[in-house]
Design a protein around this ligand. Sequence first.
Ligand code: AHM
Ligand code: MG
Length: 345
Amino acid sequence: FPNQKNQCFMKELTTLEEYIIRAQNKFPGATGELSQLLRDIGLAAKIISREVNKAGITNILGYEKSENVHGESQKKLDLFANEQLISALSRSNITCMVISEENEGIVRLSGESGKYIVYMDPLDGSSNIDVSVSIGSIFSIYMRPDGDKALTEEDALQTGEKQVAAGYVLYGSSTVMGYTTGLGVRLFTLDPSIGEFILSSEDVKIPEYGNIYSADEGSYNFWELGLKKYVKHCQVIDPKTDRPFKARYIGCMAADVHRTLLQGGIFMYPDSSKYPNGKLRLMYECNPLSFIIEQAGGLATDGKKRIMEIKPSSLHECTPIYIGSRKNVEKLKEFISESDETPAG
Ligand code: AHM
Ligand code: MG
């Protein structure tokens, strides 16, 4: 940076590492372990981002032979992302177990001495890989309930309210990492030229109302009546309420929720006659992104209940989800509660 102007600019940059250390220093009793964990995830995200960007020009594309726990074909990049995140979390003895979309059971780490439990979807929206459309990683962090006793699956089945941190990485036109530790939402953008995540927003707030709805509308005929009516409501011409809304659906929850966070509106993956419990996973898709959206001032519900209050009964369970701007989600809930019809076939 030869000129003065650029030197000033450098002074204003805050990297993810610096930010996390500064935030930790505000809490004198903090051990630094959660900070280290977030930095480890940031490191894995940079490696995954590099590989995602190369995906079109290397042979990493294509289906791996194995299937994941949901019977879906796993692609090589899914496996790569899973390995990178698990390897990053193994670096420091902070994480005792990982629950991943790509592993059926719990993955025990560091001789089980760590105090955090991490859930993750290492590569969300993987059907987008082959067409170079946005994909993401999602993570959710809990405290291990009792440091001394032997770990069981039960220890991992905590409600979303107990999350101590959560976040996502979006591999889009730029790579963005967002996280919360319950004190607001921070966003960082990866500058690939220096290999650092740079702070882009320290306290993101979601608009309280937005004119975008996001759902797989091709499944309309599988939906229940209340949801059908709500979507028709979004399409009514009424300039006073900014309708008709725009429809946007990327097919990657991390990307759709990131857009919703910044521009407002609502993202929906409902229950239906095709997916009676919805398709998205409570523990590593819905809870972490609900924590982010709530911290930004929005809402996340399964139609009746707050997502983060759902008591999980299994590691990979699904839930319907409606998430986004407060006023949009409240309106959706009105439509759902007015209709007690069962899903149409
Ligand atoms: P994945 O994590 O296995 O890639 O799938 C989850 C994704 C969500 O990110 C996205 O919202 C949804 O599945 C898309 O599903 P559909 O193809 O039914 O619209
Ligand atoms: Mg996913």
